[in-house]
Design a protein around this ligand. Structure first.
Ligand code: BGC
Length: 529
């Protein structure tokens, strides 16, 4: 190729990626050549334009604008970019690894991170099909989850989803995680409820969800045993979300999720039975569900479950033996010992009172509507000072709970930590890959924390505040067939309904109709309409 003197020559390099997930191995090379030809014909400029347009659409749906705080703005945009880059929902065989495609740690596998931390972002910023794909991934692995439970001695269709998986099989190799960190099953059931609560798509239960719920409830029913001593059901030998203690009895969070799953499964059974009896009969046949017996057994369990509680402090206990530990706040540790997982032996960590990430608080976060603010604050004030936040999943949940209790300063500090974790390499581990799960969590801190978004009786509810450092923040939420833009300033909350449907919202506890294609403004401090 002649390169002319004093002239600029541009060489375009095209690359094509194909996968045997989509094409027969034997034609992979040919497919790649076809793609290259297509790319070459189209040309670099056109491809770039298409890419820009696709991204523009993504940003229109999911951007969060923050005025007055460049670091926070850069942080959240970096997070949103990575979330959109990682998952599009085009293929139900795919899920989201904690590091996305940015690093090999965690092997690209799926964890409970998806259901607990990532689903909400896709639910609110993309078509509901995207979030549905994440749920279907688990539905498609139900048989494997039943096999997985069978390997451990469970029977009759009990399902234990793996802690770490690519294809439905357990890929983790530590017994205290694979056999004991069973709370992941609960997050999978919770996500079904979360999705339906958000989208209103109850048919998901009929199509897929109920089978999964029955499998998981059966697992819980077999995993507990009745303690003659306590005259209650107990769950022994588990690891809660706090992986800094293993093999504990009655992890409050796991017991809670087990009960909530069984209750929700029964509600779902009643709904499917009433609304689609034909499909219900197919499901009971397929799952060999013994309706009366199993419902009776689950009800007995969730109404008689043991939950460790400290009467003196009036807090839920992380597990039976938690108060036997030497309780000393993290603030008394020398900075030379932090992070403890790099300075202490496992023996020492496992016996200590130090908590890796939200555990009791994770349960309170999921089922917040069951607890009054004082109860939430008491538990936060007891557990947070003992928490080392050595999982990137920790800050976001603490931020949301701090916001809920009105502690705006701490909510903001936890947010900053989550938002810039990788940009500033706070944990000195960004070289392992980005913390994609924490990025979903960061989005949640703004939407659920600062803006206080919840779903209440099929309606979107908001209780917004603005961090002191910010002048304004704005975001968009897709809810069912409506697209809303919110703008929170020091003075007001502005809501723009960008759709052709009216919507009834709950703002500061009051009902508020926002008509189609209109803007509504509410004073921020006034806290009533
Ligand atoms: C956390 C788990 C999480 C995993 C992957 C661990 O450090 O403790 O809760 O699922 O990382 O993000």
């Amino acid at each position: 190729m002649p390169v002319k003197k004093n002239k600029k020559t541009i060489i375009y390099k095209f690359a094509a990626v194909t996968s045997s997930m989509y094409y027969d191995k034997n034609i992979l090379a040919k497919v790649a050549y076809d793609v290259l030809e297509y790319a070459e014909d189209k040309g670099y400029d056109n491809l770039l334009k298409e890419q820009e347009q696709a991204w523009q659409k993504k940003w229109e749906e999911s951007d969060i604008i923050i005025e007055g705080d460049v670091a926070a703005q850069q942080g959240i945009r970096f997070n949103i970019f990575q979330l959109n880059q990682t998952y599009t929902g085009q293929d139900e065989r795919l899920n989201i690894g904690p590091k996305g495609f940015t690093g090999e740690k965690y092997g690209g596998s799926t964890y409970w991170d998806t259901e607990a931390y990532l689903l909400p972002f896709y639910l609110s910023t993309a078509d509901e099909k995207v979030a549905k794909q994440l749920l279907k991934y688990r539905y498609n692995h139900l048989e494997k989850a039943i096999e997985n439970a069978e390997k451990l001695g469970f029977k009759d269709g009990a399902a234990l989803y793996p802690m770490v998986t690519i294809n439905g099989e357990e890929c983790h190799n530590e017994w205290e995680i694979t056999f004991e960190e069973i709370h992941r099953n609960g997050a999978i059931a919770y996500a079904i409820k979360d999705y339906i609560r958000y989208t209103g798509d109850k048919n998901y239960l009929t199509e897929y969800g109920l089978e999964v719920l029955i499998g998981i409830s059966r697992f819980w029913a077999q995993r507990v045993n009745f303690s003659e001593d306590k005259q209650k059901y107990v769950m022994l030998g588990v690891t809660g979300p706090n992986e800094y203690e293993n093999n504990v009895n009655n992890n409050w969070y796991t017991n809670l999720l087990a009960c909530k799953t069984m209750q929700y499964t029964i509600d779902s059974i009643n709904w499917v039975k009433a609304n689609n009896p034909e499909k219900y009969n197919q499901i009971i046949e397929k799952t060999n569900f013994r309706e009366e017996k199993e419902i009776k057994q689950w009800t007995k369990i969730f109404t008689n479950m043991y939950f460790p509680y400290d009467e003196k402090r009036k807090i839920f206990l992380q597990q039976d033996g938690f108060l036997d530990k030497e309780i000393k706040p993290v603030s008394e540790l020398s900075h030379l010992e932090r992070p403890i997982h790099q300075h202490w032996s496992w023996d020492r960590i496992l016996r200590s009172c130090y908590i890796k990430q939200a555990d009791v608080l994770q349960g309170i976060y999921f089922f917040e509507e069951d607890y009054d603010t004082e109860t939430i604050r008491r538990n936060f004030d007891f557990y947070e000072p003992l928490t080392v936040h050595e999982s990137s999943l920790s800050s976001c949940i603490h931020s949301i709970i701090a916001a809920k209790t009105g502690d705006e300063k701490r909510a903001y500090n936890f947010y900053l930590n989550a938002a810039r974790l990788d940009l500033d390499d706070y944990n000195n581990d960004t070289e392992d890959g980005l913390h994609i799960t924490s990025m979903g969590g960061t989005w949640m801190t703004i939407i659920k924390g600062f803006a206080g978004m919840r779903i209440k009786n099929n309606k979107l509810s908001f209780l917004p505040f603005i961090p002191e450092q910010w002048k304004l923040y704005s975001f968009k939420i897709r809810f069912r067939n409506v697209l809303l833009k919110f703008e929170v300033s020091k003075e007001s909350l502005k809501i723009e309904n960008q759709s052709n449907y009216d919507i009834d919202l709950i703002i500061f506890g009051n009902s508020r109709l926002v008509k189609k294609n209109s803007v509504s403004e509410i004073a921020l401090r006034q806290k009533s309409s």
